[in-house]
Design a protein around this ligand. Structure first.
Ligand code: BES
Ligand code: MN
Ligand code: ZN
Length: 489
């Protein structure tokens, strides 16, 4: 496991735990928690002395190590006491485990920091601890001896329920990071289907996988068109989780599982093309959520759909100018084979709209380079047709610290994807509002009156600057926590 898998909770005092290091927090004003005070006494008041001298300021992500006779003490800054909220404790968790890994402390005991005993604080702390401990070292065979993994963290105090839940949620995020980080020759559509089946068995879900022949036969002409250029078997993956009465409308999650995007005939430049292994991160969001649902078994209904293929330029590849017919019967003029994500999603959105009666649909896709231009690696671009649902997404975004920013889907933009010879075309106005054009295209394939939000995660799925509980590099698993929060999981 390249992330913390043993996260224990105890009501024992910190010093009674046999660990390689203990950790407590300090606020900017120098105040300590009850457990912090005990440790300060044990250290003959050194922590408060260091604060008085100005060597400790109590700022976020500040760490200082003291040495007692028993074991090292990691003191972590908690920021301002009256501004302490869940995102702060999440950051503290991440900061702590990263320090522990650098120092090679295998087992760390920590307090619940400024977090009182409430479940949201426990959950956030656990998320920070597990997410911050994530490393992707699977292919570093020569450096194996230098690598160090954290074995165990014991939290003294806080909410056991919250800590358990946070640890399960964060494991789902790490699972999604792994799917993204493995290269295109490992995370293939077949592999995604295999993972979906594994999750399904654990979570008592019905999982169906359509191969090329099957999805072509039922009329998924857009997915079939994109998949025509590759020999790697494409898959359409469906997962159904019925956790409550069947009469309750399912929440539907749709993911872009493009396991490698070369651009196809409209080929991409060579620079950074390797990063297009991450083009399946939308499907990783979906599988990450389903992984957590399989463990927690919440009383909700959820349907997941993933369109998965490579986008290559093999002899049978689809071409600019081709016209494809999607599952809902709409015809699509292909003007750029690199705008393939919206094509494979068109079939998935049409399929779930027709066969389920969705409470809502969320789709996740690394859809446009333009969203990276607009929002950088900081926020996910969102668009949708239902204000209430968008408000919900924004609320969960604030709670989880996973930033989103809404783009407008005004009719002037929607007109930009109209084609002269087909129902729609797969690009908008050249060099203009590319992210919105993607959303406007997808809207054509969402059933009438179904609340829907599109998440363009091309900027946030990988490549963000390292932060406390984020990865050093690679896939982030962003928006999984947000989506679970919207679903009340
Ligand atoms: N997967 C890419 C989007 C992407 C590009 C994500 C760079 C992250 C970094 C997507 O399939 C794509 O190629 N989109 C095109 C659309 C265009 C042809 C209308 C793009 O953004 O250039
Ligand atoms: Mn593309
Ligand atoms: Zn793509």
């Amino acid at each position: 496991m390249a992330h913390l898998s043993k996260l224990n909770h105890t009501t024992d005092t910190l010093i009674s735990i046999k660990a390689d290091a203990v950790s407590v927090g300090i606020f900017e004003d120098g105040s300590l928690t009850a457990r912090g005070k005990t440790i300060n006494t044990l250290l003959n008041g050194q922590i408060s002395l260091a604060h008085k001298r100005g060597d400790i300021k109590g700022k976020h992500s500040e760490t200082t190590i003291f040495y007692s006779e028993n074991c090292p003490v990691i003191v972590i800054g908690l920021g301002k006491a009256d501004e302490f909220e869940t995102e702060c404790i999440r950051k503290v968790g991440g900061t702590l485990v990263k320090k522990a890994i650098i120092k090679k402390y295998a087992h760390v005991a920590c307090e619940n920091f400024g977090g009182m005993s409430s479940a949201p604080f426990g959950r956030a702390l656990a998320e920070g601890l597990v997410l911050g401990s994530y490393q992707f070292n699977d292919y570093l065979t020569k450096k194996k001896d230098e690598l160090f993994e954290l074995d165990k963290v014991t939290v003294s105090g806080g909410s056991r329920v919250g800590i358990d839940k946070g640890s399960i949620v964060a494991s789902g995020v790490c699972f999604a990071r792994n799917l993204g980080n493995h290269p295109g020759n490992v995370t293939t559509p077949t592999r995604l289907a295999h993972e979906a089946k594994k999750i399904g068995r654990r979570g008592k879900m019905k999982v169906s996988v359509f191969d090329r022949e099957k999805f072509t036969e039922i009329g998924m002409g857009a997915l079939a068109g994109v998949a025509a250029g590759t020999d790697e078997p494409p898959k359409f993956i469906l997962m159904e989780y019925w956790g409550t009465k069947k009469s309750v409308k399912p929440k539907v999650l749709v993911g872009k599982g493009l396991t490698f995007d070369s651009g196809g005939i409209s080929i991409k430049p060579a620079a950074k093309m390797d990063e297009m292994k991450f083009d399946m991160c939308g499907s990783a969001v979906v599988l990450g959520c389903m992984q957590v649902i399989a463990t927690l078994k919440p009383k909700i209904n959820v349907v997941a759909a993933i369109s998965s293929t490579e986008n290559l330029s093999g002899a049978k590849a689809y071409k600019p100018g081709d016209i494809l017919t999607a599952y809902n019967g709409k015809t699509i003029e292909v003007l750029n084979t690199d705008a393939e994500g919206r094509l494979i999603l068109a079939d998935a959105l049409s399929y779930v709209s027709k066969h389920y009666d969705p409470a809502f649909i969320f789709d996740f896709a690394t859809l446009t380079g333009a969203v990276l231009v607009a929002l950088g690696h900081i926020a996910t671009g969102i668009m949708g047709t239902n204000e209430k649902l968008i408000e919900k997404v924004k609320k969960s975004s604030a709670k989880t610290g996973e930033k989103v920013w809404e783009f407008p889907l005004w009719k002037e933009y929607c007109e930009q994807v109209e084609s002269k010879i087909a129902d729609v075309k797969n690009i908008g106005a050249p060099m203009q509002a590319g992210t919105i054009a993607g959303g406007a295209f997808l809207k054509e394939f969402v059933g009438e009156d179904i609340p829907w939000v599109h998440f363009d995660i091309a900027g946030t799925a990988w490549g963000e600057k390292e932060k406390s509980y984020g990865p050093k590099a690679g896939a982030t698993g962003n928006v999984i926590r947000l989506v679970l929060d919207v679903m009340g999981v």
